[in-house]
Design a protein around this ligand. Structure first.
Ligand code: MTE
Length: 437
């Protein structure tokens, strides 16, 4: 087989090709095709997903997305403390409260960073940890039982790089499909707090792949986590894993072992996680234990049934979703109270998966009038920009604060997000209710 032409390594053509392959049934899926088709039919019809679907972030205890959405965890699935003034709990996950980011620097401190766990945080020992690379995309085709291995110290001895990047759940903002648009979606009812920015340090995945002996025929890599296997609706879907096209893997992806200058905390992937800048959070596999390198496209539930867009606007379903949408949030509690006649400064942050933030406009009168916010950070792809705008509320009453960002690629937040059954990519301008007294 000849090496793939460059066009096939490009992100967009990858998406199109992948979708065609899947629809044509070419997929080498590692779950039964019949099971996937059943799930696809359920999601396409807008039926509630079976309990505890993976990428859909639905949980047995959770109804379809609604406002607020805090449910107590059945068991302790997260190691770090989750003080209620910093976090909203959603089953096995915890969302950062935006008001807790007020006055915090550009990066989210580790203690405040949201956690998205399919099951629970495993306690791993760096001394025993091995990263195994295997598959027919490596020279000499190392099999799963005879892989190329790296220990923690091996990785730390390789040249390191640091990158500031957000990790954001594709379902961040999901509850607003219901709250603002009156639409039903399945999955965890996140507000806007399933996002955080950190300074990550680690080694380039590209360096590790090349050292492992990348073959010219490789097209996909699939990292897999060491957390427990994921059981959904009585079906064991195996360990969390999602394929990445080689073009992205060789571009800016890290195997990160540090977060904001500290070893990765257990909840965020200790000892090593994948960090895929600008892409949906599911790509950034935590507690990575092995990486399949393949000469054929790979499929898992996380790029077929989940993390694709289904619904009337999406035909037979979209390609696997990759880059995040544009979003904005105020560093304020929902329902915050202000005094009439008193000068205020409103603060917030905006981010995009397709570039830095070029402009943010704010409305303090429910969208009737808009003005430009001052940006406090240089636009940087893969990170957010902080902004502020002065406000002196004139008279008492209820109002809504709105923020609308435009990224350096010209993408702006719309008034309405395009519905999809699993509630991904809520990019519309969020109406933030406040009261003036
Ligand atoms: N990796 C593993 N092994 N297990 C998981 O449950 N969750 C994914 C991703 N990587 C997950 C994972 C999802 S959906 C997201 S949004 C991010 O991790 C969340 O990263 P964080 O918990 O460090 O914020």
């Amino acid at each position: 087989m000849p090496p793939l032409p460059p066009a096939h390594r490009d992100e967009t053509s990858y998406d199109r090709r992948r979708l065609r392959q899947w629809l044509a049934g070419e997929a080498r899926a590692d779950v039964s095709r019949r099971h996937l088709l059943t799930l696809l039919a359920a999601t396409a019809a807008g039926t509630a997903l079976p309990a505890a679907v993976p990428g859909g972030e639905a949980h047995a205890a959770e109804p379809a997305a609604t406002a607020g959405g805090a449910t107590a965890a059945a068991a302790d699935t997260i190691v770090k403390p989750l003080p209620p003034e910093w976090f909203v709990r959603h089953g096995t996950n915890a969302e950062t409260r935006w008001e807790a980011l007020r006055g915090v620097g550009r990066t989210t401190p580790n203690e405040l960073f949201f956690v998205r766990n399919h099951t629970s945080t495993p306690q791993l020992d760096a001394a025993d940890w091995r990263l195994r690379l295997w598959g027919d995309g490596l020279r000499g085709t190392p099999a799963e039982d005879r892989p190329v291995e790296f220990g923690y110290d091996d990785l730390r001895a390789l040249p390191s790089v640091s990158r500031t990047a957000f990790v954001e759940c594709a379902g961040n903002g999901r509850s607003f499909y219901g709250v603002q648009q009156g639409q039903t979606v399945s999955g965890t009812a996140w507000g806007l707090g399933a996002v955080g920015v950190a300074r990550w340090r680690g080694v380039r995945l590209a360096d590790v792949l090349r050292r492992a002996g990348l073959s010219p025929y490789a097209v996909d890599v699939q990292p897999r986590g060491l957390d427990a296997e994921y059981v959904s609706g009585g079906q064991n879907l195996g360990r969390v894993r999602r394929p990445l096209p080689l073009s992205k893997a060789l571009d800016d992806v890290l195997l990160a072992y540090e977060m904001n200058g500290e070893p990765l905390p257990p909840d965020h992937g200790f000892p090593v996680r994948v960090l895929v800048p600008s892409w949906v959070g599911i790509a950034s596999v935590k507690w990575v234990g092995d990486i399949e390198v393949s000469a054929q496209p790979l499929f898992s539930p996380w790029n077929t049934t989940f993390y694709r867009l289904f619904g009337s606007a999406h035909g037979d379903g979209s390609a696997p979703i990759t880059r995040q949408a544009v979003k904005s949030a105020f560093e304020l509690a929902s329902g915050a109270v202000f005094r009439a006649g008193e000068g205020q400064v409103l603060h917030g942050r905006s981010w995009s998966g397709a570039g830095g933030i070029a402009e943010v406009e704010v409305s303090t009168d429910g969208g009737a009038t808009w003005r430009r916010a001052s940006l406090h950070d240089r636009p940087r792809a893969g990170s957010w920009s902080r902004w502020s705008v002065p406000w002196r509320p004139a008279s008492p009453g209820a109002t809504q604060l709105l923020a609308r960002a435009t990224d350096t690629g010209g993408r702006s937040q719309p008034d309405e997000a395009v519905h999809n059954t699993q509630g991904y990519f809520f990019d519309a301008v969020v109406r933030h209710p406040v009261t003036v007294v």
